[in-house]
Design a protein around this ligand. Structure first.
Ligand SMILES: *[C@@H]1O[C@H](CO)[C@@H](O)[C@H](O)[C@H]1NC(C)=O
Ligand SMILES: CC(=O)N[C@H]1CO[C@H](CO)[C@@H](O)[C@@H]1O
Length: 460
């Protein structure tokens, strides 16, 4: 059984209370945790007190955040109360499992208030402080805020930065960091300089420890993740799924062209980030599955390579080696069930998408920790990895189109991931199957060149 079924955690409700001065990446961390837990099908949501406050006061200057500003204090307190109210609704009405209270909560008094509320409602409070005195990180965050925060919309960026720095100093006046000595009984994690040093106190449940482990792996260095399916395989040509076939002739062409494509995108990267040092070679590691078609696809790439069993294609069990037409004939009930709930459907003796997500978790952790990685793997696996980075709901991810002979570049930024698709311009069959048919091909293919349909194939 998967470790993360909802029933497994349904009796646990956790409120992650963010603590820290402005520009310490609290919202970034909150959103990442929500994305990660949602990907594992754990119901999670972040409640940003700043958003509630903005509804009452949209462009406050630093004075608003002064601890002697009565009006400011009143509005900020109201905003916190409303956020907490919605959070309670999320637990009660939406059966939420993890809520994140994304606020400054910089004083002990405020933390005690939340603590009491949680205890009264049998919610486990877990404090997560982001503490940082690395000026380069803080400056970078300030730049992000002044250009992206709705608080400073339409304002001169220099003035915005100045005001924001002043706002931080207002908070500093009353800020009381979490200390082990005085908070022995609290469940908390304290991240120092992002994750250079991590202090962990009284982590009690399995789910809490997953969250701790996840945030420990986060880093904010710029990097890209490259994804590619293997080149077209002999099974692809025959429309069969699964197996361990060799590449087709066109698949080998893609393998030969891949080094050039990769070099090109790495080059453009160098120009973005390292233009003061043209000799910098971006380090890249290639990950493949243990199946022949991914290794053959990687065979011309001049980088370090690593094989992962966890990157092997979704196991089609009894249907391995069949075409979709054959599956529809031999297992009509299964064929229908899979179309109805592709994420949950588990092949007889094989796997479901949910099973794949669970075996991919260590890959995701390792990816968070690493810098530039190229992953050459299979359609279902790429869909799951892509869904994680792009925050795609699980019921949609199995229906995403990830064509053959295309290199995908993902560039995780603070609040979104930027995608680029680079086509190799080498023809390949379509392995995309629409709901309710055993035919292969994407809608545009079906309309334009229906010939392609005859030779489509394995995706799952
Ligand atoms: C955080 O990083 C800064 C800059 O590198 C360093 O001076 C400081 O000592 C670090 N703080 C801790 C507690 O490690
Ligand atoms: C953003 C936020 O809610 N900050 C609050 C933290 O706690 C202190 C004390 O209760 C409040 O004054 C802040 O407004």
């Amino acid at each position: 059984m998967p470790v993360y079924t909802v029933s497994h955690v349904s009796n646990i409700r956790i409120c992650v209370v963010m603590v820290g001065l402005p520009a310490r990446g609290k919202s970034f961390i909150s959103q990442r945790i929500v994305r990660y837990l949602s990907w594992l099908s754990i119901k999670a949501k972040s409640f940003n007190v700043g958003n509630y406050r903005r509804e009452k006061k949209s462009h406050p200057n630093a004075e608003f955040f002064d601890s002697h500003n009565e009006d400011g204090l009143k509005i900020r307190k109201e905003a916190a109360v409303e956020a907490v109210k919605d959070m309670m609704k999320f637990f009660q009405d939406e059966l939420g499992v993890v809520a994140i209270l994304d606020a400054t909560n910089s004083t002990k008094e405020r933390r005690d208030w939340i603590l009491k509320l949680c205890r009264e409602n049998s919610i486990e409070p877990m404090f997560l402080e982001s503490w940082c005195d690395d000026d380069s990180i803080i400056t970078k965050n300030i730049m992000d805020v002044k250009t992206s925060s709705p608080d400073y919309l339409g304002q001169d960026p220099e003035l915005a930065a100045k005001d924001f720095i002043k706002r931080i100093s207002k908070y500093k006046e009353t800020y009381e960091p979490l200390e082990v000595e005085t908070n022995k009984d609290l469940t908390f994690i304290k991240l120092i300089n992002v994750s250079e040093q991590v202090i962990i106190n009284k982590i009690e449940t399995y789910l809490e420890s997953r969250i701790v482990y996840y945030v420990m792996n986060l880093h904010i260095k710029p990097r890209s993740i490259y994804l590619s399916r293997h080149g077209e395989s002999m099974y692809n040509l025959e429309g069969k799924i699964g197996g361990d076939a060799d590449l087709s002739e066109r698949g080998w062409k893609y393998a030969q062209k891949l080094p050039e494509l990769v070099k090109k995108v790495l080059k453009s990267e160098e120009h973005d980030d390292y233009d003061d040092d043209d000799d910098t070679d971006i380090k890249l590691t290639v990950w493949t599955s243990t199946l022949k078609r991914t290794q053959q696809t990687a065979s011309y790439l001049p980088y370090d390579k690593l094989q992962w069993k966890a990157l092997d294609e979704l196991d089609a069990g009894a249907c391995d080696g069949l075409t979709y037409e054959e599956i529809e004939l031999q297992f009509p009930q299964d064929f229908k069930e899979r179309d109805e709930n592709k994420y949950e459907y588990r092949y007889r003796g094989g796997e479901s998408y949910r099973d794949v997500v669970i075996r991919l978790e260590p890959i995701i952790m390792e990816l968070e920790l690493q810098e530039n990685i190229l992953i050459i793997t299979h359609q279902a696996i790429l869909r799951c990895i892509y869904a994680y980075f792009m925050n795609i709901p699980q019921e949609e991810s199995p229906w995403m189109s990830i064509p053959l002979h295309t290199l995908i570049k993902l560039e995780p930024r603070a609040f979104k991931t930027i995608v680029e698709r680079i086509k190799a311009d080498i023809p390949a069959v379509s392995t995309y199957k629409e709901k309710g048919t055993s035919q292969l091909g994407e809608i545009e293919d079906i309309n334009n060149k229906s010939k392609n349909l005859i030779t489509g194939a394995p995706l799952r």
